[in-house]
Ligand binder design. Structure first.
Ligand code: FAD
Length: 459
């Protein structure tokens, strides 16, 4: 295992990775490969690596631990705000404030942080040691295989050759399409498996009286839900998820103009956020506003030949569990851990069989977790928008239970991927405990149940 500081400076010239996309997943992978001593080039279509696009991201303890392993936790903390007070409200006026996050932080050593997407990208980009490998203004248009080499073509006529291509190019991934094509006809059917039943309206707003730093407010209504986060310097990040008229299967998509989106936000202006604050106050204080479809799917195929995908390109979930960015970081860490083994435990260039095995181990290590979190996020958006009678009935109980929230977040933290070749920061004492505790409880229930049945049968 390498020490955090002693990243291999002499990069392995044997194996070169081309990363497509300089979002959260791509930049986390770039850092991880630097630490693993594996050479790479990252191609991003935007010229600017810190675009002021989007709103806020939530960084869960599992994501924070990876950022810490990469030596970036202090710089991230300086520009993020720990969430201290989650609050939830329902249409009948029932409201509750919860206090379980301090216990989560005590267990895992990291708070749940809220940070603007722009600042998170800035922390990642500015922290790179070799930013010359990271090139902006390079929109990838195609990937070509030639024996064991892969060539990536960009819109400006550039050609970048390597041994492996990693698609970190988000939900509309070009790398995913090439990978599915390479995997064959069966896999290509997956190309249309993304579906949308919701849209999301995303904004940032100036500080407003009545909402304090560290608060996260969720307002659940029939068909829509509002999330407001009060981040660094009391700047607000918010999003509204709104149910569409029907389910849209990719590539079928509804089209909304900015005027449509504004008019929807104005129509819910009277909704209470907290105390005297209405959604209108948040919306009118906006400094940015955008929208997207909430696309959902965890793909089955994650790699083929010399192409592998990470982040949103293969695992896209609703924003309602706040785990998208952390899962993108985790998938980068899980892949880097396998590539470290592949490159450093192989003499000379790894064969195609060795590459296949390494990518298959990556999928094995992270696919089931992505599916579980994808499922939890699928359920969460439907609970928050009160999609069915049962969800309207049980939703308030689920969403205000501190024990349930703590159990869910602890389980998520415990199973988090990390960089296996870097030391773990000495934070938190409970990593791994919940799963062990849960398994222990399962065994007690099973054994207790069997003993009771035996006793009853004897009686
Ligand atoms: C503009 C934008 C705003 C967002 N806002 C929010 C938000 O407010 N809240 C939230 O929770 N999540 C938001 N997300 C999603 C969030 O960033 C992801 O869920 C999560 O961070 C996973 O990131 P990712 O790196 O896998 O994908 P992404 O964040 O989508 O990053 C993909 C990157 O690949 C680049 N790219 C795409 N195609 C190509 C190509 N052909 N060639 C080269 N580069 C390419 C993109 O420009 C982008 O930088 C946003 C995503 C985007 C793209």
């Amino acid at each position: 295992m390498l020490s955090t500081e002693t990243a291999t400076n002499g990069h392995s010239k044997q194996f070169k990775v081309i990363i497509i996309g300089g979002g959260i997943a791509g930049l986390t992978l770039a850092h991880s490969l630097e630490r693993a001593g594996i050479s790479y080039t990252l191609l991003e279509k935007h010229h600017d690596f810190r675009p002021r696009l989007g709103g806020v991201l939530v960084i869960a303890p599992s994501g924070a631990r990876i950022i810490d392993q990469l030596g970036l936790y202090e710089s991230m903390s300086e520009v993020s705000e720990p969430i201290t007070t989650p609050r939830t409200g329902f249409p009948d006026g029932q409201c509750s404030s919860q206090h379980w996050l301090s216990e989560l932080e005590r267990r895992y050593g990291y708070p749940v942080n809220v940070i603007t997407r722009q600042k998170m990208l800035e922390v990642l980009y500015d922290g790179l040691r070799e930013s010359t490998n990271v090139i902006g203004g390079k929109r990838v248009t195609g990937i070509y295989h030639k024996e064991s080499e892969v060539a990536v073509h960009t819109a400006d006529g550039g050609v970048y050759k390597g041994d492996l291509v990693v698609g970190a190019d988000g939900v509309n991934s070009i790398a995913r399409l090439d990978m599915l094509q390479a995997a064959g006809k069966g896999a290509m059917q997956e190309a249309t498996s993304l579906a949308s039943e919701y849209r999301v309206l995303i904004g940032m707003s100036k500080q407003i009286a009545g909402i304090r730093a560290g608060e996260q407010i969720v307002r659940c209504h029939d068909g829509f839900a509002i999330f407001v986060f009060c981040g660094k310097d009391s700047e607000l990040g918010w999003f509204v998820v709104d149910k569409l008229d029907r389910r849209y299967q990719y590539p079928d998509k509804p089209v909304y103009s900015t005027a449509d989106n504004i008019s929807f936000c104005e129509s819910i202006g009277d909704v209470q956020i907290w105390d005297e604050v209405r959604f209108r106050d948040v919306f009118n204080a906006r400094t940015s506003f955008s929208s997207a479809l909430v696309e959902e799917n965890v793909f089955q195929t994650w790699h083929s030949g010399r192409i592998v995908c990470i982040g949103d390109s293969i695992s896209k979930a609703s924003p309602n569990t706040g785990l998208g960015a952390s899962m993108a970081m985790e998938s980068a860490a899980a892949l880097a851990s396998q590539l470290y083994q592949l490159v450093h435990c192989t003499q000379g260039k790894p064969s195609q069989a060795a590459v296949d095995e390494s990518l298959s181990n990556f999928r094995k290590s992270h696919h089931q977790r992505s599916r579980i979190i994808g499922y939890a996020s699928y359920e969460a958006i439907r609970l928050h928008t009160r999609a069915t009678f049962v969800k309207r009935l049980v939703g308030p109980m689920f969403m205000t239970s501190e024990r349930m929230a703590l159990f869910f977040q602890s389980t998520v933290a415990d199973g988090g991927a990390k960089l296996d070749f870097l030391p773990l920061p000495p934070r938190g004492t409970a990593w791994g405990e919940t799963k062990r505790g849960f398994l222990r409880r399962c065994w007690i229930v099973i054994v207790g149940g069997l003993l009771t049945v035996l006793l009853l049968m004897q009686g």
